[in-house]
Design a protein around this ligand. Structure first.
Ligand code: SF4
Length: 297
């Protein structure tokens, strides 16, 4: 199996077959992200993808879910994705979902007919770097799209029957834009009602453009306590029907998970208990993190 550089996948794809169809990330410009800075974007050859699929077929009797690597594999053009999807179904006829990371731009570039055809080829469960519903925060993150564009493209995915996960960065607005970040993010999530919302916490990696912005005073990172209070406000503001909330990223000080609406009180209670059990010194400071966002101090 060919994997180039560090391989990233969402935590809930732990049991999925990982197939590299691109290297790096075609955008590779989000101000907070250093994941693929040293990996040039490249499409994998069809021959290599086929060879990896055949090798995996020898190893696994049944594969229900495949996650296409790397940073934004859905950026591939329709013809290439169609060819990959048909090859997967030929080699793994039992597969149910072909998932990947996706940017808003990678969805926008597909026509309605293309999105529908890919869904028919079992593409589903995209993990989308939504990050925030607030334009100021998206601009600070240099995501390259507005909140209205996010909503429009995610609604298109929904129209064509896709399940998808919206990633949200808690603390993404710093202290300056915290309220707008949470209010605007909750409003869009509520209108979309996605399959899943994945919560992670902002960590400012040295070497990232966002780190320079923080150094210049353009954004003030909240303390661990500030971010946990944001998370509580966000959960309180979400009014969803059968949406998974997964707040289990290593960057989160208190892990929570559940399904809305039925688990809202349990998640809020887990969050409050977690906060109450944390030391005040921990809550009142910003922390050093590993490259995966783990607390290292
Ligand atoms: S956050 Fe995602 S889209 Fe942005 S640079 Fe990193 S991998 Fe690419």
């Amino acid at each position: 199996m060919k994997y180039t550089g560090t391989t990233y996948r969402p935590p809930y794809e732990a049991n999925s077959l990982l197939i590299q169809v691109t290297q790096g990330c075609s955008h590779n410009n989000c101000s907070f992200c250093t994941m693929y800075r040293d990996v040039p974007f490249m499409m994998e050859s069809i021959e290599q993808i086929k060879s990896d699929l055949l090798e995996a077929r020898q190893m696994y009797r049944s594969v229900r879910r495949i996650f296409l690597l790397n940073g934004d594999a859905f950026t591939l053009g329709f013809d290439k994705l169609k060819e990959i999807g048909e090859m997967i179904i030929d080699i793994f006829p039992e597969v149910e979902d072909i998932a990947s990371y996706a940017t808003i731009q990678s969805i926008a570039r597909k026509t309605d007919d293309e999105l529908k055809a890919l869904r028919d080829l079992r593409f589903n469960g995209m993990n989308v770097g939504f990050e925030s519903g607030n334009d100021k925060v998206l601009s600070l993150f240099t995501k390259g799209n507005t909140a209205a564009e996010s909503e429009e493209q995610l609604m298109r995915l929904k129209t064509f029957g896709y399940d998808f996960c919206m990633n949200v960065i808690m603390g993404g607005g710093g202290l300056e834009y915290s309220k707008e970040h949470i209010d605007d993010t909750a409003a869009i999530i509520n209108r979309i009602n996605p399959w899943m919302v994945f919560l992670m916490t902002l960590f400012v990696t040295p070497g990232s453009p966002l780190h320079d912005m923080v150094q210049r005073g353009e954004l003030t990172e909240g303390t661990a306590g500030d971010v946990l209070m944001e998370e509580e406000r966000l959960i309180n503001s979400l009014h969803l029907d059968n949406t998974y909330i997964l707040g289990m990223h290593t960057s989160n000080a208190v892990p929570i998970a559940g399904i809305l609406p039925q688990d809202k009180n349990k998640m809020l209670s887990d969050l409050r208990t977690g906060i109450a059990n944390l030391d005040e010194n921990f809550l009142n400071k910003t922390h050093k993190r590993s490259t995966e966002g783990r607390y290292v101090d």
